[in-house]
Write a protein that binds this ligand. Structure first.
Ligand SMILES: NC(=O)c1ccc[n+]([C@@H]2O[C@H](COP(=O)([O-])OP(=O)(O)OC[C@H]3O[C@@H](n4cnc5c(N)ncnc54)[C@H](OP(=O)(O)O)[C@@H]3O)[C@@H](O)[C@H]2O)c1
Length: 272
């Protein structure tokens, strides 16, 4: 499969290229080439329904698309760098114009932290995470929410992180981008709920998958398939905010209740 930036390819289960019927409503998944996005796409693949899979890595995107087609879904893949805001919004307009997006799973994100042996992140990394983890999903969700509100219905899922609950000295940009996304999700939810648009934020803890991050202690590790299933259940149930696993909600409460100096001491220990 030859896929370039912004290019589309539709295939029926047979693998033959076939246009998606114009009236069919679709589910968009960003980060579909990644671990969590791939798992969510595979679990969302339903016979006869359309999936719009966005990512950057052509091979991993194609592998996920093949599995979804095998489950009977009609699939379009789009290779796109979400750091390119104009291209992202143009792609959304094209896809949503062709197949109205009923549900959007905005999963794409980057989990970079302070590099080993360094005290701080490179400033370019800070700017990149702010864009990819907050600016891009917020802009995309806003554009989607406007389109869905005009249709009087739609559902948007934003993937945050339990890291957003804490001022992590080993990952300031990641923690801040996810904290910002959480505040954005709440505000957007309030803004568009009266228009029939659902906004769900999920804040997973540590997800267990082969490439899963740098070697740090990862308490309450949760298997990829399990977290994907719970995310889709929370989304289907109309949750506003789901923390997975729930025990991270206790850590968030503790973070809020601890006196400042004690909280700072705990967070510094995490960094060490
Ligand atoms: N892993 C965890 O323990 C964990 C915990 C809490 C929350 N999360 C969140 O879950 C989401 C998915 O993470 P993951 O663990 O599945 O990581 P992953 O396997 O690295 O997947 C990240 C996905 O985001 C895409 N992406 C990154 N930057 C992009 C860009 N500039 N433009 C377009 N796509 C971009 C990647 O595309 P390509 O691969 O094609 O480049 C990939 O599909 C992220 O938002 C992450 O913050 C993860």
């Amino acid at each position: 499969m030859n896929i370039r930036q912004g290019e589309q390819k539709l295939s029926a289960p047979s693998g033959k290229t076939q246009p998606i019927p114009p009236v069919l409503r679709a589910t968009l998944v960003t980060g579909a080439s990644g671990a969590l996005g791939g798992a969510l796409a595979r679990q969302s693949a339903v016979s006869g329904e359309a999936l719009l899979l966005w990512g950057r890595d052509a091979l991993r995107l194609a592998a996920v698309a093949d599995d979804c087609r095998a489950a009977g879904a009609l699939v379009q893949v789009r290779q796109l760098d979400l750091a390119d805001t104009d291209a992202m919004l143009a792609a959304l307009a094209a896809d949503d114009g062709a197949w109205p997006i009923a549900s959007a799973l905005l999963v794409a994100g980057q989990g970079d932290a302070v590099p080993p042996g360094q005290d701080l992140e490179p400033p370019e990394q800070v700017a990149r995470l702010a864009n990819v983890n907050l600016g891009a999903p917020a802009a995309l969700a806003t554009a989607l929410a406007g389109r869905m509100a005009a249709r009087g219905q739609g559902r948007i899922l934003l993937v945050g992180s339990a890291a957003g609950f804490h001022a992590l000295p080993h990952a300031p940009a990641y923690a801040a981008s996810k904290a910002g996304l959480a505040r954005f999700a709440e505000a957007l939810r309030l803004a568009v709920a009266p228009k029939g648009v659902q906004v769900t934020l999920v804040s997973p803890g540590f997800i267990d998958w082969a490439g899963g991050g740098r070697p740090i202690p990862r308490p309450l590790l949760i298997p990829l398939d399990v977290v994907a299933r719970r995310i889709l259940a929370a989304f289907a149930g109309g949750a506003g905010h789901a923390i997975i696993p729930r025990r991270f909600a206790l850590l968030r409460l503790l973070d809020r209740l601890l006196p400042g100096p004690l909280r700072a001491a705990v967070l510094r220990r995490l960094n060490a």
